[in-house]
Design a protein around this ligand. Structure first.
Ligand code: NAD
Length: 401
């Protein structure tokens, strides 16, 4: 896969619209899951310990859980698939992957690559469909399926969890997010602006990790906004497959309509448009990079996932208060903190009710790290050692020794 990054990147841009540099980033990230988990596969360790009360030995080992059903979203058609396939194979499980209806081609293109790499036929099966509900229910009813690993919206995740209960399937759920990004007055401003830009604009904001709410300490707010707007206003919109485009279109009209509605709602409630705030004329599902400041707490974009190129800015003065506001969401996937004072920054990180925190960084994703959220953002972790355990069951042998 890593020898064919351009091929995969082109396909991702064609089917989901993302700009080519972003697509190259995704394809490389996606391939790294195979590298990391192939290295991890050989380290399936167990333990032997003494049972103090009986004198027996406790042997504990991890075994493959069984066949996995993998369901992935359209926003990262390659990486959300490989983040599940690679640990499943490393754990010793066969899988059926159902890609999103909007983006089936990338996963189909991966199959000949897996075959060429020596993966036996039938171990990884891809099943595109435009009618996921009935098909997924049917597969989940089959007792040979033991794991259901889903990445997508919280509403569909909840439905799948209810269905998984029927066969007592092992669930792994990577769901929605509403990430806060907090910039303290002692942050390095250039680092914070660049970090906020990455956290907001990666994949055009169509990411569960996208900074949905940006909280600026009031002492640095004006300078931050001016630098951030300058950074955002340089972006060139265009066809995602054209190397000259910095940002491509949104995935479909429904997403664009939702983004436009959230902006209109915020402006009607008093937000100031610092940049953009409209869909340009002409073909394509484009929406201009947008910066809103002075956004009130009752604006819908504070509570809903925006999933578009709209930066929503609020200001704060008090540390405890901003932590409360950041935690005031049903989601708990990722938060971002910018401060040069490590003691304070780590203290704030610990108080944030999120599965991941980007500290002086606008990106958290890494194949070696446990990606995942708390609250309504999900169950379980993908990536790192935890990612493989999602496809394994613990067996304990009580041995007379
Ligand atoms: P979605 O929930 O609509 O679809 C996700 C997948 O589920 C698709 O393959 C879809 O075909 C399938 N699906 C839809 N309805 C189904 C049903 N009734 N039964 C079975 N399968 C069904 O989500 P989306 O719009 O594709 O993706 C956006 C969402 O995904 C956002 O909420 C985003 O935050 C989330 N997401 C989360 C992560 C994460 O790692 N936490 C990563 C990427 C995206």
């Amino acid at each position: 896969m890593s020898e064919r990054i351009e091929h995969f990147a082109h396909l991702i841009s064609l089917e989901n619209g993302k700009a080519s540099a972003d697509a190259v980033g995704e394809a490389s990230y996606a391939a790294e899951f195979f590298r990391w988990f192939s290295e991890e596969a050989v380290r399936a360790e167990g333990t032997i310990s003494h049972a103090p009360s009986s004198g027996a030995r406790i042997l504990v080992q991890q075994k493959p859980a069984g066949i996995g059903l993998l369901i992935t979203p359209w926003n990262y058609p390659a990486a959300m698939g490989t983040r599940k396939i690679a640990p499943a194979l490393a754990a010793g499980c066969a899988v059926i992957i159902k890609p999103a209806a909007e983006t089936p081609l990338t996963m189909l293109a991966l199959m000949p690559v897996l075959e060429e790499a020596g993966v036996p036929n039938g171990l990884v099966n891809v099943l595109p469909t435009t009618h996921p509900g009935a098909l997924v229910d049917h597969i989940m009813d089959d007792p040979r399926i033991r794991v259901v690993s889903f990445t997508g919206s919280t509403s569909v995740g909840k439905e799948l969890l209810r269905n998984a209960a029927g066969q007592v399937l092992k669930p792994a759920m990577e769901l929605g997010g509403n990430a806060p990004l907090i910039v303290f007055e002692d942050a390095d401003l250039d680092t914070a602006v660049e970090g906020a830009f990455q956290a907001k604009m990666r994949n055009l904001g169509e990411a569960c990790t996208a900074a949905n709410r940006i909280y600026l300490h009031e002492n640095i707010a004006a300078e931050f906004i001016s630098e951030f707007v300058a950074r955002m206003s340089k972006l060139k919109l265009g066809d995602g497959t054209d190397q000259r485009s910095d940002v491509g279109p949104l995935v479909n009209e429904e997403t664009r309509t939702k983004v436009a509605r959230l902006v209109e709602d915020a402006v009607a409630k008093g937000a100031i448009v610092e940049l953009g705030g409209y869909a340009p004329e002409g073909p394509g599902y484009f929406y201009t990079p947008t910066v809103l400041s002075n956004v009130p707490d009752d604006a819908d974009c504070i509570h809903d996932e925006i999933f578009g190129p709209v930066a929503v800015i609020q200001s704060f003065t008090d540390q405890d208060q901003v932590i409360c506001r950041a935690n005031d969401t049903e989601y708990g996937l990722v938060a971002y903190v910018f401060s040069k004072n490590m003691k304070r920054a780590l203290n704030v990180c610990e108080q944030l009710e999120f599965g991941m925190v980007g500290l002086n960084r606008g990106i958290v994703s890494d194949p070696a790290a446990p990606f995942g959220g708390v609250k309504q953002s999900g169950l379980g972790r993908e990536g790192g050692k935890d990612g493989m355990l999602e496809f394994m069951e613990t067996q304990y042998i009580s041995a007379a020794w």
